[in-house]
Unconditional design. Sequence first.
Length: 254
Amino acid sequence: MTLHRNSRKYHKWLMLFVGLQFIVWSASGTYMVLMDIDYIHGDSFVAAKKQSLKPEQVQYSFRQLLAEHAQAKNIELGFMLKQAVYRFSLNKEKVIISAKDGQQLSPINKSLATEIAKQNYAHKNAVISSVQLITAEPPRELSARHLPVWRIDFDHFASPSFYISANSAQLVTKRHSFWRIFDWMFAFHVMDYIDESPDNKLLLIVSVLAFLASIFGLVLTYYRLAPAQNKRNKGKSRRIKLSRLGGGAANEKT
């Protein structure tokens, strides 16, 4: 009975310590499983668009670009709204120049960032509620590597926000209310209370304690089920014995 008594004691105190986290794991895990991950990524908020580049849109040649920007790296030819542009990295920063005359277009201003956000947004009639330039201390939902960015908030279901890079004029990420809840649920699920890492020490400690609590719970289950099973086995043996005795008595009478 010592093992039974100790298992009861340890299971009780361990569950008292980790029981709340069990509830948090269950609630956060349920939310993350039920939500469609593509919707969480915000793909449905982005408009599908196809633009074809025409030769007459590119009058500033690649050779001219290299002559004036010899240190340019990762050069791309694309669009900014309907205008053909070159994007490239220069001194660890993104730069945009016009593919028509080579004029530098970055960083973009508020009105241009707003137009780019509207073009990328799937619901064309949505109203913009606020526009903000972020150059330092980004919110939790945005990586600092994207700075500086324009944050454009739409007055629409789930309160979506588009982040437009001020240097590349591209949509770098999109966020909305359900993503923000998902982010918090993930943080709670991996116990992101101290350091922002899924392999933090707090998670390891609580996981080990939860495992031990489960082991002691299995021991208690065994002690709970074993006596009942033994009782049923004894009852079955007794019925078999009585039936045999009853059969023997009947034979003697005959």
